[in-house]
Design a protein around this ligand. Structure first.
Ligand code: DC
Length: 236
């Protein structure tokens, strides 16, 4: 783990000041599963912001609105709502939990999420979740959405490892999968997410970078929890 913060922590959070923990990184680095587990252990809500970008992509595709700034896009953004209940995602008046994970959404989500109008409209929606503290995962949590987060982790892994994980997930889900194709898509999405002008994927200056290549899920969760404890335990 590089850039580990070894200075004594800030004051422990009180119930009026619950902790905000953010995990950013590229697709397939394991952010969702790790963030979900950290949230469970901390008793905090979990916010999957990729699901919000996926939901908006689904809504735009279903209305035939292309990924460019237009009055139609802005009107759809103004009425967009998303909610999370019992592990399910609701948007555009329906349950979108499964549809937002399809290859069609994988292919289309980057162009919509590169639009400043889309990102701005989602800022308030994301920040509204902060009231009770949270563990949030995405691309720009530490840099743009929650710049004052207590703990910032940048979780990454090699493209090959990330593609292999996604490939295994697809096969386990009973779907068809082609590793080389997934690897190409992982690299293409990294390229777009990293090089876009609006909120590109990059570690916040005060983030701890954690490379999960070759590490087990448990090992990654333990490293994140160590960093959380280090920052949130009051200095003596
Ligand atoms: O984490 P994910 O694969 O579900 O994210 C889907 C896409 O959404 C990803 O390609 C980039 C975008 N995204 C973003 O731009 N900002 C975020 N905070 C989260 C996701």
């Amino acid at each position: 783990m590089r850039g580990l913060d070894t200075t004594p922590g800030k004051a422990a959070r009180s119930s009026e000041n619950p902790p905000v923990i953010v995990i950013d990184g590229p697709a397939g680095a394991g952010k969702s599963t790790v963030a979900r587990e950290v949230a469970r252990r901390m008793g905090l809500p979990f916010l999957d912001t990729g699901a919000i970008y996926r939901a908006i992509t689904h809504v735009m595709l279903s209305k035939d609105i292309p990924p460019s700034d237009s009055p139609e896009l802005r009107a759809a953004l103004a009425e967009f709502t998303v909610s999370f209940r019992d592990g399910r995602v609701f948007a555009g008046g329906g349950d979108v939990t499964e549809v937002i994970r399809t290859p069609e959404i994988d292919r289309n989500v980057s162009p919509y999420s590169a639009l400043p109008a889309v990102r701005e409209s989602l800022l308030g929606i994301q920040r509204a979740h902060k009231r009770r503290g949270l563990v949030a995962e995405g691309r720009d949590m530490g840099t743009v959405v929650f710049p004052d987060a207590d703990v910032k982790i940048f979780l990454t892994a090699s493209p090959g490892e990330r593609a292999a994980r996604r490939h295994a997930e697809r096969l386990a889900g009973g779907g068809e999968s082609d590793y080389d194709n997934i690897l190409r898509q992982v690299k293409a999405r990294d390229e777009m997410d990293t090089n876009r002008a609006a909120a590109p994927l990059k570690p916040a200056e005060d983030a701890v970078t954690l490379d999960s290549t070759g590490l087990s899920f448990d090992a990654v969760v333990s490293l994140v929890m160590e960093q959380v404890a280090r920052v949130l335990t009051p200095a003596r």
